[in-house]
Unconditional design. Structure first.
Ligand code: 5GP
Ligand code: ZN
Length: 113
């Protein structure tokens, strides 16, 4: 499959991987928008948030707990951080493999879009 994030999961494209388990991997964004900018993605290819179902509850829960753990490791947990999932064209999603952005290390703007 011609998916850049599936290639990162497979090790075919290099990435600065911070965490990996049977459900998710986390790696640094190649074009960071904050001092800490990490992407948390499912190992399996899910195109977008719109494709997530009730059956994916353990996966979504894992993505959130991994984001929290990395926020601790990256030392932004105390001051706070933002997680965001862009969905579809107008949601600003560019890579069609579900991913959660973890952003921290600076004051986030009040605006979300
Ligand atoms: P989206 O706009 O789809 O929510 O976010 C996609 C993110 O993936 C962007 O922040 C972009 O910088 C990041 N990205 C795109 N291609 C790569 C890549 O090959 N490696 C890494 N580490 N990040 C990527
Ligand atoms: Zn994929």
């Amino acid at each position: 499959m011609d998916c850049i994030f599936c290639k990162i999961v497979a090790g075919e494209v290099p990435a600065d991987i911070l965490y990996r388990d049977e459900l998710v991997i986390a790696f640094r964004d190649i074009n960071p928008e904050a001092p800490v900018h990490v992407l948390i993605i499912p190992v399996k290819h899910i195109p977008s948030l719109a494709d997530v179902t009730e059956a994916d509850a353990p996966l979504v829960s894992r993505m959130i707990s991994v984001a929290n753990r990395i926020a601790e490791q990256e030392d932004v947990a105390e001051k706070g951080y933002r997680v965001a999932i862009n969905c579809g064209e107008q949601g600003g999603q560019l890579v069609p493999h579900l991913h959660m952005h973890l952003l921290g290390g600076r004051q986030m703007s009040g605006k979300l879009g």
